[in-house]
Design a protein around this ligand. Structure first.
Ligand code: GDP
Ligand code: ZN
Length: 289
């Protein structure tokens, strides 16, 4: 039995990096596979170029998105979620919010990267849209991946980060600049995984240095939170936390109930009304009027 870390996942096929740095394609033993990029595994080598996954070691975090029908794992054992948005094309506030909530629910540290800041005529509008996130305390790093991708590197030091974003935001530009061998590595991994030319459909873990790792995940167009219940979501709205548990009713839906601590915080200007509305939309309840 050996240990290894998943550095690429594609369907039920995984590339596992062994302690000596060599890479071994592996498949799960059972039918159902719940393995994801970043996982630490116990594996058994069955031949020179094939291994079988015997077990998944306990995860420090697990980032996923889901809808009512299925859960999709994004990455495991990550410390930081880097959400890439851009001045152009316009990014989805909702997707950004959902990604941040998914990170919060797993105690993963979030970082928003605003890319393409060289497009100076688009910058003020993008900053305006991010203001609500800045006010809650989310760090926002402005950069231009084309000119100064290195600006991101200090924020990645010493941790495992996962990079997500809608397509077109400049995620590949960033990864290719920070990890010069990314293209070659992706080709090699695709060969190992038999995934042919579709090189960008799987998540890949790259090493920036011995203690800093970057997981590039495929472009996201949705970020479902179906795996979170009401309590998880309340907690994931980080600015709600000081007020949780203080409503008169234990099962308060923060709608029209008397003595609702959250409604009081909104009225006192301590919680942004738009965020409160987003919360109610996510919960499928009506926002109080
Ligand atoms: P991805 O879909 O998120 O991987 O985005 P890409 O990295 O493929 O970038 C999408 C487009 O945005 C490409 O045409 C890039 O050249 C362009 N782009 C990426 N970063 C920047 C930037 O910092 N400034 C400008 N002006 N364009 C950028
Ligand atoms: Zn309440």
């Amino acid at each position: 039995m050996m240990e290894g870390r998943v550095i690429a996942a594609h369907g039920r096929q995984y590339v596992v990096e062994l302690p000596d740095g060599t890479r071994l394609p592996c498949v799960p033993r059972g039918k159902k596979s719940e393995v994801v990029c970043g996982d630490r595994l116990d594996i058994e080598r069955t031949s020179d170029n094939q291994g079988v996954i015997e077990g998944i070691q306990p995860r420090s975090s697990l980032l996923y998105r889901s809808n009512e029908h299925k859960q999709k794992l994004i990455a495991a054992n990550v410390d930081q979620l880097v959400v890439v948005v851009a001045t152009e094309p316009a990014f989805s506030d909702e997707l950004l919010t959902r990604a941040l909530l998914a990170a919060e629910s797993e105690e993963i540290r979030p970082l928003i990267v605003l890319n393409k800041c060289d497009l100076s005529d688009k910058l003020p509008a993008a900053r305006e849209r991010l203001k609500i996130f800045a006010e809650i305390g989310y760090p926002i790093l402005e950069l231009s991946a084309l000119a100064h991708a290195e600006d991101l590197r200090p924020s990645l030091h010493g941790v495992t980060s996962v990079l997500v974003g809608q397509s077109g935001m400049g995620k590949s530009t960033l990864v290719n600049a920070l990890v010069p061998e990314a293209n070659a590595a992706t080709r090699e991994i695709s060969l190992a995984l038999d995934s042919g030319k579709h090189t960008t459909t799987h998540a890949t873990l790259y090493h920036l240095d011995s203690e800093s790792h970057l997981i590039d995940s495929p472009g996201l167009q949705e970020f479902g939170l179906g795996h979170l219940d009401r309590q998880d979501i309340e907690y994931a709205f980080r600015e709600f936390r000081p007020f949780l548990g203080q409503c008169r009713f234990r099962d308060c839906q923060h709608n029209r109930e008397p003595d609702c601590a959250l409604t009081a915080a909104v009225n006192a200007g301590k919680i942004n009304e738009r965020r409160f509305a987003v919360y109610h939309r996510l919960m499928g309840t009506l926002r109080p009027s």
